[in-house]
Design a protein around this ligand. Structure first.
Ligand SMILES: *[C@@H]1O[C@H](CO)[C@@H](O)[C@H](O)[C@H]1NC(C)=O
Length: 285
């Protein structure tokens, strides 16, 4: 006998009338349609249905795992701390970067420049250059142990900067570099290094605006180069829309901070995602 429920399920599929006609007498019904209205026949079909459902379920699980894996991989590729897979960017002139670092470390060795980052930078001279950029700024990205270090300067060599008159007295010099003043007893190499650094607006900006927390943290200097924290690039795949949204919220906070901190009209050049990054220890607002 056909159940009324099963008959109802048929409604809308093949038409009420047709289903009813088929289910009037189950025993007499020989049609495939009868499977759906005769409980005995439905029971026979169940193992097959269950198998199909199981297969579909397993496919779903596999798909979920695959997607989870894809997003895991992409997240880690943007993760600052996972740099095991970092390879030099294609097309960069690694020997040029090494030439610049060698010149800097030679000057440091010869006592011509100084800086707190010099010792570490020049200790082994085995640099793993992962990125290099030289246009209006020289930027060298190194893989140093488990960390990425970024060295920047407006000019590749310290001799490219006009040297400040060596005959100046300490007072004269101190007045000139007062925002940066590193205390008394500066050696000639300190002066040389500092005078190249203070000729670079970005260095001064990074040095003077750490409180805004919007500029990369200045880690140290060596000669004319300053070491800044490595940032997680904003450039990312389209499916990171959620993250991009969060970044934009941070950006709004950044603009608000700059507005509050600076008494001067703010001009922000080259605002594009490529020029923005997120600090690994960026404070939550
Ligand atoms: C790479 O840098 C070295 C050292 O400065 C230079 O001699 C060479 O011409 C550069 N190569 C290219 C392709 O620019």
């Amino acid at each position: 006998m056909c159940s009324e429920e099963m008959t109802k399920k048929r409604e809308g599929r093949r038409g009420v009338a047709r289903a009813k006609a088929h289910c009037k007498d189950c025993e007499a019904c020989d049609d495939a349609d009868c499977t759906w209205c005769c409980p005995e026949r439905l029971a026979a079909l169940n193992p097959l249905l269950r198998l199909i459902l199981l297969v579909i379920g397993m496919l779903c699980v596999i798909l979920i795992l695959v997607f989870a894996n894809i997003s895991n991989n992409s997240v880690s590729s943007g993760n600052l701390h996972d740099i095991a897979a970092v390879t030099p960017r294609e097309g960069i002139n690694v020997s040029r970067a090494q030439e610049i670092l060698t010149a800097l470390c030679d000057a440091y060795r010869d006592g011509l420049v100084s800086g707190d980052s010099c010792n570490r930078l020049c200790f082994t001279r085995k640099w793993t250059v992962t990125d290099y950029y030289e246009a209006h700024k020289t930027v060298i990205v190194l893989k140093d142990g488990g960390q990425m270090t970024v060295y920047k300067s407006e000019q590749p060599f310290y001799t490219d900067f006009p040297q400040i008159d060596n005959s100046k007295s300490y007072e004269q010099y101190s007045d000139m570099v007062s925002p940066m003043s590193a205390g008394e007893g500066m050696t000639q190499r300190d002066r040389t290094s500092l005078s190249t650094l203070i000729q670079q607006p970005e260095f001064i900006l990074f040095r003077l605006l750490p409180l805004t927390r919007v500029t990369p943290k200045l880690i140290g200097t060596c000669g004319h180069m300053y070491e800044v924290e490595s940032l997680v690039a904003f450039r990312m795949k389209g499916y990171y829309m959620n993250l991009k949204g969060k970044i934009l919220v941070h950006l709004m906070g950044t603009l608000k901070l700059l507005y509050e901190f600076l008494n001067e009209p703010l001009q922000w050049c080259a605002v594009k995602f490529e020029n923005l990054g997120l600090s690994a220890d960026y404070p939550k607002r």
